[in-house]
Write a protein that binds this ligand. Structure first.
Ligand code: SAM
Length: 306
């Protein structure tokens, strides 16, 4: 590979093949980059990175590895959540001068749990063009390999780190009729799956790990099974968790009645609801409501007092 060309020649390389990028229009180009496998980049993305005047990236070392791989010598500047306010005027100035600026993140598609959403808003407000250059994203690779319904999905990004906030967020998502897609840190996978099992109940799910990389794996099962699987194991690498939509619960609720009537003989309503929710996988709120109905209808025997 000959690295002697000036940046102005706008070359890029695929293997030993030298290619000349066409000129691109001024504006902010939102360029997706690989999520692990450096070959997962489109020709259009390479052309854009080679032909633009400036690349705004989260970390010049990370993006530098990609540029190096493809022999691209475009100038980089950092743009991340901590310096966004300082860098915005510079990007707007470049766009105002008729330049083409590319926005990339460390991996995948910018703005997807990554910086850029405010920048795009500001750029649009200033009347500049925004050009998406599609490509890899972990949420999509996870979805297509999970084996779960893909007709309606809700991308929920990262859940809160602490159990209380996480459970609250899961309660908000519980009744949404869509496959839920989460990003998660490997340290919290086990804890998140425990909370998902409790709040979302009996559902199919998948844990997609290290997508596009050497140790790519999909672990599939019910939330309870996955929760068990990860209880003693802290996985390494990057993780997407996918959970199937809530199912019609009619049948399970009928089954739950029997268990509830038994449990209500021995314990108060809330404890009975907790026990039966755990046993059936039906969410606790539904079971609690049903327990109250049974109690108020006089169908349930009261627990014996000492
Ligand atoms: N913008 C990226 C995208 O389009 O996928 C996501 C960036 S977000 C800061 C990083 C999170 O994405 C990781 O913590 C992980 O949950 C998920 N992720 C990124 N790469 C992944 C991979 N190769 N395999 C599994 N999950 C990945």
């Amino acid at each position: 590979m000959d690295h002697s060309e000036a940046a102005s020649e706008r070359k890029y390389y695929i293997g030993e093949h030298s290619l000349t990028a066409k000129r691109i229009e001024p504006g902010l180009h939102i360029v997706s980059t690989p999520i692990g496998n450096l070959q997962d980049i489109t020709i259009r993305a390479l052309e854009t990175l080679a032909a633009c005047d400036l690349i705004a990236c989260e970390d010049t070392r990370v993006t530098g590895v990609l540029l190096q791989r493809y022999g691209i010598r475009t100038q980089m500047m950092t743009y991340h959540e901590h310096n966004a306010h300082r860098q915005l005027p510079k990007i707007l100035e470049a766009l105002g001068a008729g330049r083409a600026v590319a926005l990339v993140s460390d991996a995948g598609t910018p703005l997807i749990s990554d910086p850029g959403f405010r920048l795009v808003g500001d750029v649009v407000e200033h009347g500049h063009k925004v050009v998406p250059i599609p490509g890899a994203s972990a949420m999509l690779s996870g979805l297509v390999g999970a084996g779960l319904p893909s007709d309606t999905i809700l991308f929920a990004g990262f859940l809160p780190n602490k159990t209380h906030g996480r459970k609250k967020r899961l309660e908000e998502l519980r009744d949404i009729p869509a496959t839920l897609v989460f990003y998660e840190s490997p340290h919290r996978v086990g804890a998140s799956l425990v909370d998902m099992t409790e709040i979302l109940g009996k559902r199919k799910a998948a844990v997609a790990r290290e997508l596009t990389k050497r140790f790519e794996t999909f672990q599939r099962g019910t939330l309870a099974e996955l929760s068990d699987f990860y209880s003693g194991d802290r996985p390494k690498g990057e993780i997407v968790i996918l959970v199937s939509p809530p199912e019609e619960q009619e049948l399970t609720e009928v089954d739950a009645d029997e268990l509830l009537l038994e449990a209500l003989k021995e314990m108060p309503v809330s404890a009975a609801a907790k026990k039966v929710s755990k046993a059936t996988g039906v969410d606790r709120k539904t079971i609690y409501t049903r327990a109250m109905e049974l109690k108020n209808a006089g169908t349930a025997e009261e627990p014996e007092s000492d």
